[in-house]
Design a protein around this ligand. Structure first.
Ligand SMILES: *Cc1c(COP(=O)(O)O)cnc(C)c1O
Length: 399
């Protein structure tokens, strides 16, 4: 908080002019606002005129087909959110009350929330400092120890942080040894690559999101993808209330109302062709931050291991307060003062009050990243002059 000016100047204080000249306020610069492709209205009109407003129909099928091409996986079901995709994933992989599900501690709460609501117990593993995603070495050790205890997790859920894909090759190998299933939270990594394949490849199921803040959006939505057609068929069945094919609504189990609306699929379908261009734009934004700020003492940037290509959904930076002169919270507040939105790196789940009783393995790496990490404006619609507003504001804070 800025100190309040005393209304009466004290005799020892310099006398300030009554009204100080302030520069005109500039429009706010957001972290990752939705970015329209320009073709959404036509796509919406076409879908509305077709009369298919239900979560079924040709637009939805075309969206799912486009997704399978993008993700290079043969089967996809479009859903109402990324969180719904994760929930269905847990259900398909047989999560039951008392089961353990393991994830990296540095992720968004939606990675684990559905499993917890199903009665599962999470266990949070630390991240690798070279990728900020699930540490495969730690995972291997923890799985061996769990096998010795006779209590393996039901599912391991690597989360692709800020568009950085997890090392699925190493994670897959570690889990395959013990027959543990993998559900990839690739919600923000559509367009990312690892080991020459799209994000999430190697997992049994891959969840993606089309929330308004992601690289491409449907105005909300998600999808679940897999190489296993039977699994996606079952996901589709569960996402549409588990209705058996009978006129009287026959049910052998209960499901969810999780299918994506055709109206949203039309928006997603209009956005998807620009994915590649948007990933390039976000990567250029990240590169510009590195070029303009990377040489200042105390500032460093989220790494990208050689086996991967991040979508750079959010540009994330570390602020070492001893070397830079201010800490990341002071920086965040100073930027906010100028209408520039930034956000701390996600608070690790093992530090969240909701998970006080939850077991974890390590966590110091993620805690240090939270302590110093700040996400900067990263939207693909941001102009270069707008980005330089953020860069100049950060530079001015260096002491
Ligand atoms: C966005 C996001 C989600 C949630 O997706 P929704 O579509 O908003 O439900 C989950 N996990 C991660 C890592 C995300 O970035």
């Amino acid at each position: 908080m800025a100190p309040v000016q005393p209304s009466v100047a004290l005799s020892s204080a310099p006398i300030l002019p009554f009204r100080r000249e302030r520069p005109a306020p500039q429009p706010p610069l957001h972290l990752s606002p939705p970015h329209l492709a320009g073709t959404e209205l036509d796509a919406l009109r076409e879908t509305l005129e077709s009369g298919w407003l239900a979560p079924a129909g040709p637009t939805l099928t075309r969206f799912e087909t486009a997704l399978t091409a993008t993700m290079q996986l043969p089967h996809a079901v479009a859903l109402s959110s990324g969180t719904a995709a994760l929930h269905l994933g847990y259900r398909l992989l047989g999560v039951e009350p008392g089961d353990e599900i393991w994830t990296s501690t540095l992720t968004f709460v939606a990675t684990v929330a559905p499993a917890i609501q199903m009665g599962a117990t999470p266990r949070f593993l630390d991240v690798d400092p070279t990728s900020w995603t699930l540490d495969p070495h730690l995972l291997r050790e923890e799985l061996s120890a769990a096998a010795r205890r006779g209590r393996l997790p039901r599912v391991v859920v690597p989360a692709d942080l800020y568009g950085q894909p997890s090392d699925m090759e190493a994670i897959r190998a570690a889990c395959a040894r013990w027959g543990v299933a993998v559900l990839s939270d690739s919600a923000c990594a559509l367009g990312g690559r690892q080991h020459g394949k799209p994000a999430g490849h190697g997992a049994d199921l891959v969840a993606v999101s089309f929330n308004g803040n992601k690289n491409v959006t449907a105005g909300g939505g998600g999808a679940l993808l897999s190489a296993d057609g039977a699994m996606i068929g079952r996901a589709r069945h569960l996402a549409t209330q588990a209705r058996e094919p009978a006129a009287h609504y026959q049910h052998e189990t209960t499901g969810f109302n999780y299918a994506m609306s055709s109206v949203l699929a039309a928006v997603g379908l209009a956005q998807l062709p620009s994915l590649e261009e948007r990933v390039e734009t976000r990567r250029a934004i990240f590169g510009r931050y590195v070029d303009a700020l990377g040489l200042l003492p105390g500032l460093s940037f989220m790494p990208e291991p050689g086996w991967s290509r991040s979508t750079r959904w959010l540009s994330a930076m570390l602020v070492d307060p001893r070397r830079f002169g201010v800490d990341r919270e002071a920086m965040r507040l100073a930027l906010a003062d100028q209408g520039i939105e930034s956000r701390p790196v996600w608070k690790p789940l093992h530090l969240q009050p909701a998970f006080r009783q939850t077991p974890s393995a390590g966590g110091q790496v993620a805690a240090a990243l939270f302590e110093q990490g700040l996400c900067l404006p990263s939207g693909s619609g941001m102009t270069v002059p707008e980005q330089f507003r953020a860069i100049s504001a950060i530079r001015a804070l260096h002491r």
